[in-house]
Design a protein around this ligand. Structure first.
Ligand SMILES: Cc1cc2nc3c(=O)[nH]c(=O)nc-3n(C[C@H](O)[C@H](O)[C@H](O)COP(=O)(O)OP(=O)(O)OC[C@H]3O[C@@H](n4cnc5c(N)ncnc54)[C@H](O)[C@@H]3O)c2cc1C
Length: 304
């Protein structure tokens, strides 16, 4: 393996932005947990992202994409490879017929604001949803009765060999909190979304209601990654209700605990470690199985 400085130099040139060694990932994740990335870089644009991936392939390094870090949990030991942040892929271009061409690193907040300013309706549901459009498509994030699958027309991505590919909404194979991107190692660079022209006042009102609702539910009081488990719809009850019925609200393990205001949130008290979250996830899964005979599937993505 070449010296660290050789790798850093190659990554920095490809990304057109300085790559950093031993970068603290807790800083980039909403849980505020996780050790250092061996290398961290944030390519300037989609072409720079493609060049960065080529360098990573040449050196045989491991790689993971980081959007807003609102659903990711890195190990306490950190990540032994390159973490690529999409934080510089932030272009939004309005096209005809209420279509928006949006780069993967655009935050849901920025896009909600853009849609509001341009009187475009159909993205209000994502107001206050932490994370980026790329991460949202990957997760098929869902809230307030809508999901990314309802607004995506086409996705531009890079294949594992560095080729540009285009996926139709159908090819994204969206399902509940799931997409093809969780199965295939495609890297999303741009998303074409279809919205509809709407009334600015009404959009503004709905955005305000949703933001206030999230705040009133205490979602931003503590570091977390949102819902810890997916709902198991066959059970007829939300994951939160199943966990609450096990008496686990407020249950603390190490520096993390089941949030008192929403049993499907695990929150970091400030002293937490990733190990604590993993142990608490297992404890909850076991308790729900013993009480309800229902298997819960984690929604939080723990990086292997
Ligand atoms: C307070 C709070 C409330 C939340 N509420 C909700 C909610 O109501 N509904 C909901 O669905 N989620 C919710 N979440 C979870 C989170 O907001 C979503 O899962 C969000 O879509 C994650 O986006 P991200 O950009 O942060 O992705 P990240 O956490 O950065 O990444 C998630 C996954 O996507 C991959 N990824 C990211 N970008 C790309 C890319 N460009 N190409 C390929 N792969 C990529 C990552 O490798 C990772 O596997 C909440 C989280 C918090 C902290």
């Amino acid at each position: 393996m070449p010296a660290q400085t050789v790798i850093l130099d190659a990554l920095s040139r490809a990304a057109q932005s300085p790559a950093q060694p031993d970068y603290p990932l807790a800083r980039e994740c909403s849980f505020r947990l996780g050790g250092p990335a061996q290398y961290f870089c944030a390519p300037q644009d989609p072409e720079a992202l493609r060049d960065t991936l080529a360098v990573i392939r040449d050196f045989g390094l491991k790689v993971i994409l980081l959007g807003g870090g609102a659903n990711l949990l890195f190990r306490d030991e950190g990540f032994p490879g390159v973490v690529i942040s999409t934080k510089h892929l932030t272009a939004i271009r309005a096209e005809a017929d209420s279509l928006l061409r949006v780069e993967a690193g655009v935050s849901n907040t920025a896009l909600t604001e853009f849609a509001l300013q341009n009187a475009l309706s159909g993205f209000e549901w994502a107001a206050g949803l932490p994370g980026t459009v790329g991460g949202g498509v990957f997760m098929n994030a869902k809230c307030y009765g809508s999901a990314f699958s309802e607004v995506v027309t086409r996705v531009t991505a890079l294949s594992s060999t560095g080729d540009w590919i285009q996926l139709s909404a159908e090819e994204c194979r969206f399902a509940y909190k799931s997409s093809v991107f969780q199965i295939q190692p495609y890297i999303i660079t741009e998303v074409l979304l279809h919205l509809a022209s709407g009334d600015r006042e009404m959009i503004c009102q709905r955005v305000g209601e949703i933001q206030a609702d999230r705040k009133n539910k205490g979602q931003f009081l503590f570091p977390s990654a949102g819902c810890a488990f997916k709902n198991n719809y066959a059970s007829g009850q939300s994951a939160g209700a199943l966990i609450e019925a096990c008496g686990l609200k407020g249950h603390q393990l190490g520096g993390v605990r089941v949030f008192e205001q929403h049993a499907n949130f695990i929150v970091n008290t400030g002293q937490g470690r990733t190990r604590d979250v993993i142990d608490l996830l297992k404890l909850i899964e076991q308790a729900v199985w013993e009480k309800h005979h229902i298997r819960l599937e984690p929604e939080i993505r723990v990086v292997p």
